[in-house]
Design a protein around this ligand. Structure first.
Ligand SMILES: [Zn+2]
Length: 276
């Protein structure tokens, strides 16, 4: 049978815009830190954005009165994200991210209801337990909503077209074995992303510097391990390269810049990008 969904193109690769894009975030702010530019970019292209926030992000605060204050501030921050990004925010309010049937059921049914074409989730090897466990829960939920009848799914199957792990400060992809890489160039949205993070996430001020440093990362990396050189052709402008300088968000890989050299780690090979 003919497949009417295919396009033959000669000069350009068509860009497919997901009608609905879902970002699953462990704490309020993970979505901006890891996917903010991507959300802004795809929203501008016409996607409807759904941010699912698992916890209220209060893990580190012991004193009750301080906790309430921070909780209120974070609520206001999320409200600002909602209005600034014009996205839908779904707060799950989990107090922990223990992997269990209740959470898997809730997220499975959320995906069935919203029907996102693309889902962005944390990486399963993230050092932060909340991120890591959320990744496992999300993976299992996506499996159930794509294939099974579990958790009331009869006749409600939904298979997303793409699921991607996003990079976070606690899961940098140069350390992830066998990286598959997709780089979303967010140059046009970088300043907006910074502005949102600067103005909205006041409770995260101390994190900001570290995160921005990470985003502009000039990672120290043993370049003597580079065993393959690939000729990298510069684009007409240098937006691609600038993307590598932290103006991009990385999905399951990273391009490392050391001085004026660029490297891509892939499995045990370090590719050195050489300007043509
Ligand atoms: Zn987080």
């Amino acid at each position: 049978m003919e497949n009417n969904n295919s396009i033959i193109s000669e000069n350009e690769i068509p860009v497919i815009i997901p009608k609905r894009l879902m970002v699953i975030s462990g704490h309020p702010d993970d979505e901006i830190i890891s996917c903010g530019g991507t959300m802004l970019k795809y929203q501008a292209l016409g996607s409807e954005i759904f941010v699912v926030v698992a916890t209220s992000g209060l893990g580190g605060y012991a004193k009750i009165e301080y906790k309430n204050e921070i909780a209120n501030q974070r609520k206001q921050e999320l409200e600002l994200v909602r209005t600034t990004l014009k996205c839908n925010i779904i707060e799950l309010g989990y107090s922990n991210l223990d992997v269990n049937r209740e959470k898997i059921s809730e997220i499975t049914n959320l995906i069935r209801d919203i029907k996102p074409q693309v889902i962005l989730i944390p990486h399963y090897s993230d050092f932060h337990r909340v991120h890591r466990n959320l990744s496992l829960i999300a993976k299992e939920a996506i499996y159930h909503c794509s294939t099974g009848k579990a958790y009331g799914g009869s006749g409600r199957n939904w298979t997303p077209l793409g699921v991607y792990y996003y990079e976070s400060p606690s899961c940098k992809f140069q350390y992830v074995e066998g990286s598959v890489f997709i780089v979303v160039d967010i140059e046009k949205y970088w300043s907006k992303k910074k502005e949102i993070f600067n103005t909205i996430y006041l409770s995260q001020k101390e994190v900001l510097e570290r995160v921005l440093e990470w985003a502009n990362d000039t990672a120290t990396f043993s370049t003597s391990a580079a065993i393959a050189r690939v000729v990298f052709k510069f684009e007409e402008d240098e937006s691609v390269i600038r993307g590598f300088l932290g103006l991009a968000e990385y999905f399951h890989t990273v391009v490392i810049k050391v001085k004026d050299q660029f490297y891509i780690p892939h499995a045990s090979i370090l590719f050195n990008l050489v300007s043509s």
